[in-house]
Design a protein around this ligand. Structure first.
Ligand code: ATP
Ligand code: MG
Length: 495
């Protein structure tokens, strides 16, 4: 006989053969006060302090509530809400692991997010968050929100803001702090206040005006969050009075300023999300589709490159080189180069991806591909040949190989590495290196007559198709621009 598992006393099989769970027997894990081990405070908000802790041998976050004296009705409400939260299972929604409901020890236990909250991360200078990476985070937020809005009954967050978006050790977003209104201070109090408490900055006009709140109010808050993700700025830093703020947002339709360099599709998304009429705002499902469509253009400027990534590698941050290369060649009808030029190409675009399980693989990351096209594009071009009216095809492989053969070209080495390399050389020696932060820009590092190393950065401005450099002559700094001249004549003119 085949051994079977012991029958689950809370499960029953219905007439259609589906297993039904008895929800009344499956409450959220109730955690006894003695099981909570508080290790270190890691944050604090308006309804509790958050600690790094340990429960049953696992590291967790424990939010100890300020409100410990819940009346029986609120306690019942809290338990109901906790039950609802414990049924949410989605990778972009913070995992609710249990609650301690003993008076005086009231606390919520959730998974721990090692990288803290998105608000802090967006302003951390050490964080390396490209626009692409940030837009992936924006998408994950929308995915988590779509999950909450898709629940039955629907969960409206009501307090969506960057400090309620946590980031785990893999950089993945987890939406948190929704659905527990019984333990939160009521929003009604805000109307009487003169100063702006934290939350109204993200509050939809209809919420500030005390009208009906629905899921589209979350979409408005998302619009402001998205603006912060893209600009990495604080919204409305100048606003200090709540009545004035409410008037500006609700009556004068004021919204955070959109910088000129924001991609048109992202600008449209801001405007749709924070639209004054809730019904004009998109659903999170629509927002996800819009972000998917624009994601390649946040890392790649070259239209052909965008099209390649959008068609063949949608929603992927990186692709193994072995998969990328044949598709790249086929799409642009390129002949694979000889081994040495191929190595040059790989040196500029490939990185090694490691994980804990599989052996390391060579990959092409979307940001590296975008930078490669900025630095060495276009992929194919017709240039003047040797005779007057002959045309010759030059591919990105040719251009890269020609440059890599130059003894002065060093790829994207750091400033320190350049200094180390030039240290032993006399005045007049130089090398050229690519910018690691702004693609299309490069730096000439040279040894001066006084044996110092001087770094001259040359910026490429795609909008005006010009090179720019800040140079110092007789201790006076001034900016020079190529204004339509070729790079060669621009450099010659600067001496
Ligand atoms: N699960 C967690 N893992 C890691 N850090 C967390 C976790 N939960 C909360 N934190 C940290 O604690 C901070 C405070 O959280 P809390 O929700 O109490 O306050 P807040 O989000 O700033 O404001 P509000 O009270 O309005 O939600 C968070 O911003 C985050 O940095
Ligand atoms: Mg919070």
């Amino acid at each position: 006989m085949i051994p079977t598992r012991p029958a689950n006393p809370t499960a029953a099989v219905n007439a259609t053969g589906h297993v039904q769970l008895d929800r009344t027997q499956f409450g959220p894990p109730d955690i006894a006060p003695g099981e909570l081990k508080y290790l270190k405070k890691i944050g604090g908000g308006c309804f509790g302090n958050v600690y790094l802790g340990e429960v049953r041998g696992v590291q967790v976050a424990i939010k100890k509530l300020f409100k410990q004296d819940l009346n029986p009705r609120s306690l019942q409400e809290f338990k109901k809400e906790a039950e609802l939260c414990s049924r949410l299972n989605h990778p972009n929604v913070l995992l609710f692991m249990g609650a301690c409901t003993a008076p005086g020890e009231m606390a919520i236990v959730t998974e721990l997010c090692e990288r803290g909250n998105l608000e802090t991360l967006l302003h951390n200078e050490k964080a390396q968050l490209s626009l692409y990476r940030r837009m992936v985070m924006a998408k994950e937020t929308a995915v988590g929100m779509a999950w909450l809005h898709g629940m039955d009954p629907m969960i409206v967050h009501r307090d969506l803001k960057p400090s309620n978006l946590l980031v785990d050790k893999h950089g993945q977003i987890k939406v948190c702090d929704f659905g527990l209104s019984a333990i939160k201070p009521a929003h009604e109090k805000l109307k009487d206040k003169d100063t702006i408490p934290g939350t109204p900055l993200w509050m939809a006009p209809e919420v500030m005006m005390g009208r009906q709140v629905d899921e589209k109010s979350d979409v408005y808050s998302y619009g402001i969050v998205l603006w912060e993700i893209v600009t990495q700025k604080v919204p409305w830093p100048e606003m200090s009075s709540f009545p004035k703020f409410r008037q500006a947002v609700c009556l004068q339709d004021e919204r955070p300023p959109i910088p000129d360099d924001v991609l048109p599709d992202i600008k449209t998304l801001f405007q749709l999300c924070w639209h004054k009429s809730p019904e004009q705002r998109p659903s999170f499902k629509q927002i996800i589709d819009m972000i998917d469509a624009l994601l390649p253009s946040t890392a790649i400027n070259d239209p052909e490159g965008i099209e390649l990534w959008r068609t063949h590698f949608p929603s992927r941050e990186y692709v193994p080189f072995d998969e990328f290369f044949p598709i790249f060649c086929k799409q642009f009808n390129l002949t694979a180069p000889e081994p040495i030029p191929l190595e040059c190409f790989k040196a500029l675009v490939v990185s090694v991806h490691r994980d804990n399980i599989m052996e390391p693989i060579e990959i092409v990351n979307i940001d590296a591909f975008g930078a490669l096209l900025d630095n060495f594009g276009p992929i194919k071009a017709q240039v003047k040949g040797k005779t007057e009216d002959s045309l010759k095809e030059v591919t990105i492989f040719d251009r890269i190989y020609r440059l890599c053969k130059q003894p002065w070209f060093h790829g994207d080495i750091t400033k320190d590495k350049a200094e180390l390399l030039l240290k032993a050389y006399k005045s007049g020696y130089y090398l050229v290196r690519l910018s690691t932060t702004v693609s299309g820009c490069f730096t000439i590092s040279r040894v001066t007559p006084s044996q110092k190393i001087h770094h001259q950065r040359i910026d490429w401005i795609p909008a005006t198709q010009t090179f720019k450099a800040k140079i110092t002559i007789n201790r006076q700094a001034r900016e020079v621009s190529s204004q339509g001249k070729s790079l060669r004549s621009f450099l010659n003119n600067q001496g």
